[in-house]
Design a protein around this ligand. Structure first.
Ligand code: THU
Length: 135
């Protein structure tokens, strides 16, 4: 198994814990850090539909709550659809915060059933507004 395979497997496993009774769309996310650590997340929905938390946002919140502040090297996102799943706009911004703290531009693996789209976070969110903008 390559590092990419491991990360995708972790994202898929996390999707198994998705709480998505309203959309039925189980998403998994996995973050790889320079230390080798992997932190996962999955989407958590709410009876008040608009309050759903995306898998990527949950993963970032878990990582930051455990003290991570950068060193984000790679991200995998998996979903049940026919196409590779790319992070939503809000998640791009949330991922960017953690990435910019460590000065990295993580590779994002957008995983579909038949293909993996590989993009840098800076390609998904060009000219990002981040912590450095507040200096
Ligand atoms: N979702 C994610 O978890 N990540 C994304 O990047 C896109 C969408 C979730 C939110 C909602 O629970 C479900 O997918 C359908 O939109």
């Amino acid at each position: 198994m390559t590092r990419e395979d491991d990360l995708i497997a972790a994202a898929r496993e996390a999707a198994g814990h998705s709480y998505s009774p309203y959309s039925g769309f189980a998403v998994g996310a996995a973050l790889a850090f320079a230390s080798g650590r992997i932190v996962t997340g999955t989407n958590i929905e709410n009876a008040s539909y608009g309050l759903a938390l995306c898998a990527e946002t949950v993963a970032v919140a878990k990582a930051m709550a455990e003290g991570m502040r950068g060193e984000l090297e790679m991200i995998a996102v998996t979903g049940p659809g026919a196409a590779p799943i790319t992070p939503c706009g809000r998640c791009r911004q949330v991922l960017n915060e953690l990435a910019q703290l460590g000065g990295t531009d993580p590779l994002v693996l957008c995983v579909g059933p038949d293909e993996i789209v590989r993009l840098r976070l800076s390609e998904l969110l060009p000219n990002a507004f981040g912590p450095a903008a507040l200096d």
